[in-house]
Design a protein around this ligand. Structure first.
Ligand code: GLY
Length: 595
């Protein structure tokens, strides 16, 4: 059941976000499947995942194969040189998560990205490009941990790596979007000889329809297929990474690679209007901010406000403003800093934070400080994919190399593009990073620490506790606002997941104090109401993140009864009841494929 995906062919790329502008948006055909589904940002990766499921692999096995395939066919964000979070809900209803976020090399220090004048270093030596921008990658360690603990045992590791290796060796046809995206990044990619050779063909740029082969990456994957993650952290690939780092003044050593550890963590759990939300705990801020905002919104009649209304966008802005102010103060790697996650997602705390919101007046971010959470009881660019298997196991996975093409460095002899995740630390605590986000001392750079993330892989349950939908997004801090609005679109506005993902969104992140509107995402009269309330709009109208998801379609028990109660009962009315619906964002590309 392959979807047509019109936006793939008409996409026009904008530089910074790697997300197609709203002009390219065409409502995709919905993809339905009876048993199992994969939704990712590339059709080859989704098909590889479905093949694993058909062989008897479970959702975790398939997610690993998809993740490895995206490292080949989606080099802007798919990776083995980065890290992320895999949220897993097992068929028995229990949930866990694998944190395979990058770790700062041991030699990293608080002020390593600040020059003698106290200015942020730009370019090589800074936190966004070049050899010093990378944290120690976690992807293979995380995938191997997931495989050993939660794989089906019915497919071998080598069977999960081989499809990606084969595509790297044999090549794949570049779409218009991918071929152009390499060129959009030529200024920085060309500075690094291996990236220049592989992705820019030394200046003979790829055109749509040409085949990209990655023999170095194929050889790396062949070693990983044989020796597992050990090759990357202790074997030949580790040796090549450490040697290239040393030759180019990078910090990652053989010891750093050897010491990398993925961590299993309990997911965060909250609820919105009776629906349990399972999401990612720190070191991602995504789950905490998502739950904080939903908790605050629960106190308003959002259904009555209406999905495209000024009232809704106002309340979203004011709740984001408060939650992001808290994020800046409180969030960081919990292994290094005191992070009051449970207090921040407490409903009473939300009540307190909500109480200062005015219904017809915007606050200024400068006057909104972080809340007193301790009084309570106790980039960016990324890709998200989802898998649901025939037994109901669900994986919601977001991973990243941070900015598109990460640090732009491809490690010599490996084909591995490295992340620039060090930029997710507060390079200069108290001042804005490239997204304009301010972060405090808790998230300062320290050796061995994980940088704070916004990734928000999320699973939402029906009121009777069964799987309803899984979603997540790419887009730095905009991930959080996108996931919030998608969850709300389904629960408050009865949209199916494709509608919820396609619908226009807004973004606000406390500082800078500006409201992001998508192109054509808001009517002029809605905007003028918001301006009258005092909201300041960002001049540039970019898309707010790009998401994927899978939903189990369930009949709405009684739309009217639910509406009068101010909440849906059990989901949107929809054809295809009982089927899985795969959803891809028209703002980007990809494919949902099931069987
Ligand atoms: N690098 C983007 C994030 O982790 O949120």
């Amino acid at each position: 059941m392959k979807r047509k995906f019109t936006a793939l062919f008409i996409a026009v790329i904008i530089g910074m976000n790697g997300v197609t502008p709203a002009t390219a948006m065409t409502q995709p055909d919905a993809a339905y499947a009876k048993h199992a589904m994969v939704a990712s940002n590339h059709p080859i990766a989704s098909q590889i995942g479905v093949d694993v499921l058909k062989k008897g692999g479970n959702a975790v096995d398939a997610a690993i194969a998809v993740g490895l395939a995206l490292a080949v066919v989606y080099p802007e964000a798919g990776n083995i040189g980065g890290g992320g979070f895999m949220l897993i809900r097992k068929p028995d209803g229990t949930a866990t998560s694998i944190d395979y976020r990058e770790m700062a090399p041991a030699a990293a220090t608080r002020d390593m990205y600040v020059d003698e004048k106290g200015e942020l270093k730009r370019g090589e030596g800074g936190s966004t490009v070049g050899y010093r921008a990378s944290g120690v990658p976690g992807t293979l360690s995380g995938f191997e941990m997931a495989f050993k603990k939660y794989g089906s045992g019915k497919v071998r590791w080598s069977e999960l790596v081989e499809p990606a290796r084969a595509v790297a060796a044999n090549g794949y046809v570049l779409t218009h979007r991918l071929a152009n995206l390499f060129q959009d990044y030529k200024q920085t990619l060309s500075k690094y000889p291996e990236s220049n050779r592989i992705f820019l063909r030394n200046g003979r740029y790829f055109q749509a329809g040409e085949v990209l082969r990655q023999p170095d990456l194929a050889r790396t994957l062949a070693r990983v297929k044989l020796r597992g993650a050990a090759d990357f952290y202790r074997g030949e690939t580790a040796r090549l990474i450490a040697a290239d780092m040393k030759a180019n003044d990078g910090l990652i050593t053989l010891d750093d690679l050897r010491n990398y550890k993925a961590r299993e963590r309990s997911p965060l759990r909250g609820n919105y209007r009776g629906h349990e939300i399972v999401t990612m705990a720190p070191p991602s801020s995504g789950g905490v901010v998502l739950l904080q905002v939903l908790n605050m919104l629960e106190g308003f009649n959002m259904r009555a406000a209406g999905s495209g209304s000024a009232a809704r966008f106002h309340l979203l802005t004011e709740t984001f403003r408060r939650a992001f102010a808290d994020r800046a103060e409180y969030m960081a790697d919990p292994d290094f800093a005191d992070v009051p996650a449970e207090q921040l997602i407490d409903k009473k705390y939300a009540e307190q934070r909500r109480s200062s919101i005015k219904l017809d007046r915007a606050d200024r971010s400068a006057s909104i400080k972080f809340g007193n959470a301790s009084a309570m009881k106790e980039g960016s660019e990324t890709t998200h994919f989802n898998v649901v298997d025939k037994d109901g196991m669900v994986v919601s996975n977001t991973y990243t190399i941070n900015d598109l093409y990460g640090s732009r460095v491809t490690i010599k002899g490996t084909g591995v593009l490295m992340n620039d995740e060090m930029d997710d630390f507060a390079a200069r605590p108290g001042t804005p990073n490239i997204y304009g986000l301010i972060q405090g001392e808790r998230n300062k750079v320290e050796g061995g620490k994980r940088p704070l993330s916004s990734m928000t892989p999320t699973i939402v349950l029906t009121r009777d506790g069964n799987f309803w939908f899984a979603t997540g997004a790419r887009g730095g801090p905009r991930i959080i606002s996108a996931v919030t609005q998608i969850v709300q679109n389904v629960i408050d506005y009865d949209m199916n997941l494709q509608e919820a993902i396609s619908a226009p969104r807004i973004h606000h992140q406390w500082l800078p104090d500006e409201l992001w509107q998508e192109k054509y995402g808001m009517s002029p009269d809605t905007r003028s109401i918001l301006e009258r309330y005092g909201h300041k709009f960002r001049e540039r109208q970019d898309n707010v993140a790009s998401a994927t998801g899978i939903m189990r379609v369930i009949p709405r028990q009684s739309a009217n009864a639910a509406a009068s109660a101010g909440a849906t009962d059990s989901g949107p009315a929809n054809s295809g009841s009982g089927m899985l619906l795969g959803a891809i964002d028209p703002r980007s590309d990809g494919a949902a494929i099931g069987y």
